[in-house]
Ligand binder design. Structure first.
Ligand code: SD4
Length: 344
């Protein structure tokens, strides 16, 4: 049960600690020495594989922007994954995709409600590089993609998505997105899908990278929530909610229930807290607390998680519920890290 008293105490203690540390760090503004060498981190288990092509670029001295694009393209390409065209459809049976990308100079691009295009992340990058705009949606985004040479793919659900959709149609119950935590894997449209090899997979991947020049970039690509209302767009393509980069400060990407990430301008709030002196871990924790304070008892039923990387190369991550992991890679190590969470 959600215990209001212990919740208030927990939030109170942690916030007080953060305020003191934040104020102290904010006054002195001391810059720690930057970690040497490139870093890439990405959300969920699929991040381990996605970090590989990203690392190939970073290792050769390539740009963080190229790394975060190529990394998540790998996931969009995977037929086993719920990211991209193989994902669960909306409640009318159509797969609609959202993606965003941001570089170290506040250049950013996004697409939302995009259909029948395999690599929304690359379309988002073209929006950033080839248009005066930040975001294109729906039919206009699709037209732009086609004009840019992207193929219009046939509209055909993957086997797994067809099975999940048929199952959903039996009740056709529209529930707002629920949870994807360890002990309730079958709950809600964000519930991960079990792959044949036994791994779990998700409908979203977000990636942060720092290259050898110390420049940061971020990307995020998603099919959103399964069986969502037609036209629903989550946080992932919204710069400042699903993803944010300020090269002087840090970068953050969100996953989980997009509506609740948008409510607190999640990724940009994490970055702003780092600017004020929190380290990435503290910043992620504080924004998760903010969501919990807003949602109160309803926090039991939602999952949100952040990963963050400071311009000094410090990493942080926090989730509402257990079950969220992120994949980390630098020159020394490559590992899947279980994130800390508010509920244990
Ligand atoms: C959304 N934030 O569309 C995405 C979904 C997600 O793990 O991250 N799922 O709301």
């Amino acid at each position: 049960m959600f215990n209001r008293r212990s919740f208030v105490r927990k939030v109170g203690m942690l916030s007080a600690g953060l305020t003191v540390q934040g104020a102290a760090a904010g006054l002195t503004q001391q810059k720690k020495p930057m970690k040497k060498g490139p870093i890439v981190l990405s959300t969920w288990d699929a991040g381990l594989e996605a970090n590989v092509p990203a690392w190939v670029i970073l290792e050769k001295g390539g740009l963080a922007l190229d790394a975060v694009e190529q990394g998540v393209r790998h996931t969009e390409n995977s037929i086993n994954c719920c990211v991209g065209l193989g994902a669960n459809p909306d409640r009318d049976g159509h797969v609609t995709l959202d993606a965003s990308i941001m570089d170290h100079q506040h250049n950013c691009g996004a697409v939302a409600f995009l259909e029948r295009i395999k690599h929304p992340i690359s379309v988002a990058r073209r929006v950033m590089e080839k248009t005066p705009h930040v975001m294109l949606v729906g039919e206009g985004a699709q037209q732009f993609a086609i004009a840019e040479g992207f193929a219009l793919e046939p509209e055909k659900l993957s086997k797994a998505a067809q099975a999940a959709y048929s199952n959903w149609l039996e009740k056709s119950q529209y529930k707002s997105p629920s949870i994807n935590r360890e002990n309730q894997l079958d709950h809600g449209p964000f519930a991960p899908t079990r792959l044949q090899n036994g791994e779990w997979n998700h409908d979203t991947i977000g990636m942060l990278a720092m290259d050898q020049h110390g420049n940061l970039s971020a990307s995020c690509t998603t099919s959103g929530t399964g069986f969502k209302m037609r036209g629903r767009v989550g946080d992932s393509p919204i710069i400042g909610a699903g993803l944010f980069v300020d090269n002087q400060v840090g970068a953050c990407v969100a996953t989980g229930q997009g509506e609740d990430v948008i409510r607190v301008a999640g990724a940009s709030t994490v970055v702003e807290l780092i600017r004020q002196g929190r380290n990435p871990q503290q910043a992620c924790e504080e924004v998760i607390q903010r969501i919990i304070q807003i949602k109160k008892e309803r926090s039991k039923d939602i999952q949100v998680a952040f990963i963050a990387l400071s311009s000094q190369g410090e990493v942080g991550s926090f989730a509402i519920h257990p079950g969220f992991s992120f994949a980390y890679k630098d020159a020394q190590r490559s590992e899947l890290v279980k994130a800390e969470s508010w509920f244990k």
